[in-house]
Design a protein around this ligand. Sequence first.
Ligand SMILES: Cc1ncc(COP(=O)(O)O)c(C=O)c1O
Length: 379
Amino acid sequence: MKKETVCVHGTDESPFDERTGAVSVPIYQSATFRHPSLGKSTGFDYSRMQNPTRLALEKTVAALENGAEAFAYSTGMAAVASLAELFSPGDRIIASSDLYGGVIRLFDNISKKNGVATDYTDTSDLTAIESLITKDTKAVFIETPSNPMMEVSDIAEIAKITRAHNLLFIVDNTFLSPYFQQPLNLGADAVIHSGTKFLAGHNDTLSGFLVVKDACLSEKIRFLYKTVGACLSPFDAWLTLRGIKTLALRMEKQERNAFKICEFLLGHKKVKKVLYSGLPSSKGYGIMKKQTTGFGAMISFKTDSAKTAEKILAGTRLIAFAESLGGVETLITYPTVQTHADVPVSEREKRGINDRLLRLSVGIEDADDIVADLENAMK
Ligand SMILES: Cc1ncc(COP(=O)(O)O)c(C=O)c1O
């Protein structure tokens, strides 16, 4: 089945309600499940371990990412935190230096406290990755395009390196969703999602995913999943499942809008730089053309001054100044005080995350209305 169909119908393996024929997967709001008899199970025992609504969602996400198994978490951070439990004291992880701030906070505080060190680098530079590999290195963790600088890393080329050194290769695929990019097909071992974003798509629910293709890794994650208990609730699983039904339509429309907004920003005198991976002039464009089927709806741009940035944040009416991304509503974010506030100032400055940088998550409104709102706020 094609991705668009899987989004709407799930997979043949998705459990559905044979008794009633319900078209929408029911919300199985049950903490526990009755055993038919001693030693027998319906396959569902207790909702921390398995839940039918969540399973339908997990099967759908696994199919979309072409993975063997998907695990649905209460948030994207819960998925990352669970994955971090795979490592032991003394291990090292190589990660993109441009990464969602919450993941940096987790690596630099919780993982570090647990004896796991992170080596940050520009993962678009393959030599930089290779030069950091030591006998203690266990994994490479990337975001592509990255948050918020839209840097692009070559998944297939990094996979060659991780395979050669027996490292776990993890890709955070939140920005493009499986509709535009399927990292497991390109050689990654695990995919992370903040399902809160494009997958759920409506800025109304939190969720997270870990998708893997290897049965042995899957078993380790299943153990962590049932032990740590950061599972997605049946209702939030249902909301995410419902959101995914329109993933294809939303991604296409959001991308179309993003191109129109880029055009406006590129022509505005108060905008000094536009960062969007769909611009042929962008550094990662060639790799994007090779490894994705679309460019997504995330745009960062640099204004001429902090005053202009503040004016935009205070002046937009339609566009909400709010954290998060990927939903139907266009949002504008100030990474320096929001998503990346916990990254040390010197690091932020070095990476270009300053008081002139804004990030837009383009929604599905009429593009002209979004442009008019920005234009008005910039007057
Ligand atoms: C790229 C990326 N990964 C992971 C996360 C964490 O997801 P959540 O907010 O669902 O915990 C976010 C959140 O903004 C993100 O942008």
